[in-house]
Design a protein around this ligand. Structure first.
Ligand code: SF4
Length: 319
């Protein structure tokens, strides 16, 4: 059996002493799709940044993270330059932050091909135009030199996906690609990610807060809470009948399509990794909590059908 394209084993990240990830195990095969789901602060963006070698300088990364068997933890920046954008493309979440306001959008869309595939500036711009058109930006050729502010929010989000594809990566990391958009546009952008992934045979790591949206577009999901994987398994089965009480609450709290984001957040606010370090991170909010739940972090146990849950009584918790 071949090794996974991406594999995390005991991956942990600390920011100034505060844990963002607390030893997670994950695997993603070539051409597969995995969603990392969680509320703000769960650790999902820390994971995405680690996969791109973009963890902040203050972060302490330990454990193992392998791409095609190559260890990424501790890799020097000069080695990351050949991986980032080339083997792993990342569609960042905020166009305002990710786009250069003084560079034409087509040039930006093709930039990774210029850097990693040796294309001339002219050829990279032509590729950028083609990628923008392929990603649904209209009249990309006549607007090739237009600066980002001349494009709509949806077009800029499409451009971020085009940029991530330019160097023909094998893995696309899409970090909340829809966070700045209204509900209808969010779905269109997710459809675009899905279409590009299938057409190009890419593996996809989708980072999102929305379990239901993720589950319709990936094969597997891993739900993070306070830096821990609390449930992991096939997407459809996990959404249909979550084994972990937190995942069940997360699925039930999803606002209807068209409602403002976070219209029905879980209450109270999520426990921070620091506050919940000693026990189950969901214990303060769990209706099934017992004294033993706060004594130690529960192990991630097999609950059948290729699923794992970090709960002391996953089936008893399921109504
Ligand atoms: S371990 Fe206990 S507190 Fe945590 S989710 Fe399971 S039942 Fe709830």
């Amino acid at each position: 059996m071949s090794a996974p394209l991406l594999e995390a084993r005991g991956l942990a990240i600390e920011h100034r002493g505060a844990p963002a990830l607390r030893g997670i195990d994950l695997a993603l095969d070539d051409g597969g799709a995995l969603a990392i789901v969680g509320e703000s602060g769960a650790g999902k963006t820390s994971l995405a940044l680690a996969i791109m070698g973009l963890s902040p300088a203050s972060a302490v990364v330990s454990g193992s993270l392998r791409l095609r068997g190559r260890e990424l933890v501790g890799l020097p920046e000069r080695d990351w330059l050949a991986i980032r954008g080339a083997e792993v493309g990342m569609a960042f979440q905020e166009p305002q932050a990710a786009l250069d306001p003084l560079m034409g959008l087509a040039d930006q869309a093709g930039e990774a091909a210029r850097v990693h595939r040796g294309l001339s500036r002219r050829a990279a711009r032509a590729l950028g135009v083609a990628l923008l058109e392929d990603c649904g930006v209209r009249d990309a050729k006549s607007r090739a030199r237009d600066l980002p502010h001349r494009f709509s929010g949806g077009e800029k989000q499409r451009a971020l996906i085009a940029m991530a594809l330019a160097a023909e990566p094998t893995l696309l990391v899409a970090d909340e690609p829809t966070s700045a958009l209204d509900a209808r546009l969010r779905l269109r952008i997710l459809d675009l990610v899905d279409e590009q992934r299938h057409r190009r045979g890419l593996a996809l790591l989708l980072v999102t807060h929305d379990l239901a949206i993720a589950a319709r577009r990936v094969e597997r999901v891993a739900v993070l809470l306070a830096g821990l994987v609390v449930e992991e398994g096939p997407a459809a089965a996990t959404l249909a009948a979550p084994a972990h009480p937190y995942v069940r609450a997360l699925a039930a709290a999803r606002p209807p399509l068209g409602a403002p984001r976070d219209a029905r957040p879980l209450a109270p606010a999520p426990a921070t990794p620091r506050a919940s370090a000693l026990g189950c991170p969901f214990a303060p909010r769990c209706p099934f909590a017992e004294a033993r739940c706060a004594a130690a972090v529960p192990p991630l146990v097999d609950v059948g059908e290729g699923r794992r849950a970090r709960c002391l009584k996953p089936f008893a918790a399921a109504p």
